[in-house]
Design a protein around this ligand. Structure first.
Ligand code: NDP
Ligand code: HSE
Length: 436
């Protein structure tokens, strides 16, 4: 006969995700007790305004504005407030008082992760954060546990739902970026500050978390090369479509070099992928992450990347694990940052590129461009020329160049030289081509 204990669970935040978590803790209390061997008692919910309207009706007596007081005496603290402060201080308070912590706060982990994991190690507590990356999709636990005996070579995927929604509607329905963005806002996909999504910060936070886990190295958001989707125009989306390609905001984390020269690259940017690639069919606000591991080979994780109830599922998985650890005793699985690999600059990456140039339609223009690539050591894979009319009505040649795999620093030098040359009127776009 199991002697069921009661574990006190404090919830910080009752917004889109927190209100759903509170509801699940209350409605599924009996089921959770069977699964964990402990009664999970929701001892309180800290919010800013106890009278604010909520997605889910919650018992009024559980709401409080005193998060620090609520944490005292808790066994598990679930932080779903978001942002850096007071979330950071409250998580440290929770750990120091002996509680296990569950959080979905990617912004905090991508900036203060090392401090929080150290604090947890020192007191023998755990910090779980499945919800911080790709919403409902189990990706943290596979990297931390299931693949812990393997060697991850590359992670590559779509980790921001709102920008995927915007790019998808631009591609499928010909919407402008502004039109697609206002629908994404109505659907609740965007962060309170949409710059975090469209400028790639949210995806970069998630990339930092994934790279830290995959390469056992502390990676912060400052280490991530970040480009958002604000430079992506309808013209670029249309041009990609005509070429059988689609533009996606990708996060790429990969090992470069070997042995003593080994480093990692962590980057977020809009890139072209073939319409045949599985990532091309990731629609709307969904996310998908590919993991390439030495022994396991290629793995794909797909599903809802955002949403209150979907993300609550990931939070609840962490809560159940934390409860089981409490009952079984022992420290949770800590982080392992001992790989300590250097993070390479963006110039060190090797990939394929597509460059669209507008050039004066004169003899020798194409030859001059080809010479620039040859002199820069970058090999051309495809060259297509069409004649377009610019705003002033003058005929202009549009040249779309696809390269073989090339070093980013070589490519940037060539693009800079072309932009300054007399034959090139405009560098219309430079996009990396991934997934091949
Ligand atoms: P919301 O903005 O919807 O909710 C935040 C909650 O925290 C609110 O209840 C708010 O109180 C409370 N809160 C904020 N600041 C304070 C404070 N200083 N003191 C007390 N309470 C405070 O956030 P989400 O639910 O969308 O997100 C929660 C976390 O989950 C974030 O870290 C987010 O990045 C992450 N996440 C969210 C996803 C999503 O789809 N929404 C997906 C994956 C992760 P009040 O209600 O009174 O204003
Ligand atoms: N704004 C985020 C996104 C929410 O669009 O993916 C989920 O983290």
């Amino acid at each position: 006969m199991i002697d069921h204990r009661t574990l006190r669970v404090a919830l910080l935040g009752a917004g889109s995700v927190g209100s759903q978590v509170a509801n699940l803790l209350i409605e599924r209390a009996d089921e959770l007790e069977e699964r964990t061997g402990a009664r999970l008692e929701l001892s309180g919910i800290a919010v800013r305004d106890v009278d604010a309207p909520r997605d889910v009706e919650l018992p009024r007596e559980l709401l409080t504005t005193d998060a620090s007081q609520l944490i005292l005496g808790s066994d598990i603290v679930i932080e779903l407030m978001g942002g850096i402060e007071p979330a950071r201080t409250l998580i440290l308070e929770a750990l120091n008082s002996g509680a296990d912590v569950v959080t979905g706060n990617k912004a905090l982990l991508a900036t203060h992760g090392a401090e929080i994991f150290d604090a947890a190690d020192q007191v023998g507590a755990s910090v779980s954060y499945e919800a911080a990356v790709a919403g409902a999709i189990p990706i943290i636990r596979p990297l931390k546990d299931s693949l812990a005996g393997d060697r991850v070579k590359r992670i590559f995927g779509i980790v921001n739902g709102s920008t995927n929604y915007i790019l998808d509607r631009m591609d499928r329905d010909g919407l402008s970026a502004d039109e697609a963005m206002s629908i994404a806002a109505e659907l609740g996909y965007l962060e309170a500050d949409p710059t975090l999504d469209v400028e790639g910060y949210d995806a970069a936070q998630k990339a930092a978390i994934l790279a830290s886990l995959a390469f056992h190295t502390t990676v912060s958001i400052d280490d991530v090369h970040r480009e958002g989707i604000t430079s992506v125009t309808g013209e670029m989306v249309e041009s990609a479509r005509r070429a059988g390609l689609v533009i996606k905001l990708l996060a790429v984390c990969e090992r470069l070099g070997e042995g003593d020269d080994e480093s990692i690259s962590v980057r977020v940017y809009p890139a072209l992928i073939s319409r045949e690639h599985p990532l091309a069919s990731v629609r709307g606000g969904n996310n998908a992450v590919f993991v390439e591991a030495e022994a396991a080979g290629d793995l794909m994780f797909y599903g809802a990347g955002a949403g209150g109830i979907q993300t609550a599922s990931a939070v609840m998985g962490d809560v159940v694990s934390a409860a089981r650890r409490h009952i079984a005793g022992g420290v949770g699985v800590g982080e392992s940052p001992r790989g300590d690999l250097p993070v390479a600059p963006i110039g060190a990456i090797v990939t394929r590129y597509q460059i669209r140039l507008e050039v004066s339609d004169e003899p020798g223009a194409l030859e001059a461009i080809a010479r620039a690539f040859s002199a820069g050591g970058v090999s051309l894979a495809t060259v297509e020329q069409t004649t377009i009319e610019t705003d002033d009505g003058a005929p202009t040649a549009q040249i779309v160049i696809g390269t073989h795999r090339a070093h980013e620093e070589d490519l940037s030098d060539i693009v800079a030289a072309l932009a300054a040359s007399e034959v090139v009127e405009r560098v219309a776009s430079v996009l990396r081509v991934e997934g091949e």
